[in-house]
Design a protein around this ligand. Structure first.
Ligand SMILES: [Zn+2]
Length: 117
């Protein structure tokens, strides 16, 4: 399978996700490759914001970040598989994943039958 175009799309999406993640979180200095949410309000104004509001915005950042990170992990896995030469194989049954499916989502890691596995 030719993976060059998938690799390009995955790398583009990886960059996009990194910039989106850095707007709601920051890299955890204690855990490599882990992102932690930051409150939406930062700087001087944060002191003036009611404590409850800060908690709410941190929680919504947590949810946003969790979604982005899950997607980001899939992208990293797909890129790793390209390097190993195992890209495009279902991680459950090792059958080839439909190229149409990969076109729709280059980070797909399962065949149609094992969708969501
Ligand atoms: Zn499968």
């Amino acid at each position: 399978m030719r993976t060059a175009s998938f690799k390009k799309r995955l790398e583009e999406e990886k960059g996009e996700l990194e910039s989106r993640m850095s707007s709601v979180g920051r890299l955890n200095p204690e855990v490599p490759d882990d992102w932690e949410p930051v409150p939406t309000e930062t700087g001087l104004e944060a002191d003036l914001v009611d404590q409850a509001d800060v908690t709410v915005s941190r929680e919504s950042n947590t949810a946003i970040l969790a979604d982005l990170e899950a997607r980001y992990d899939n992208i990293l896995l797909a890129l790793k598989n390209i390097e190993k030469g195992t890209y495009g194989k279902c991680e459950v049954c090792s059958n080839k994943i439909d190229e149409a499916r990969l076109n729709a989502d280059p980070s797909a890691s399962t065949c149609r039958e094992h969708l969501g596995a």
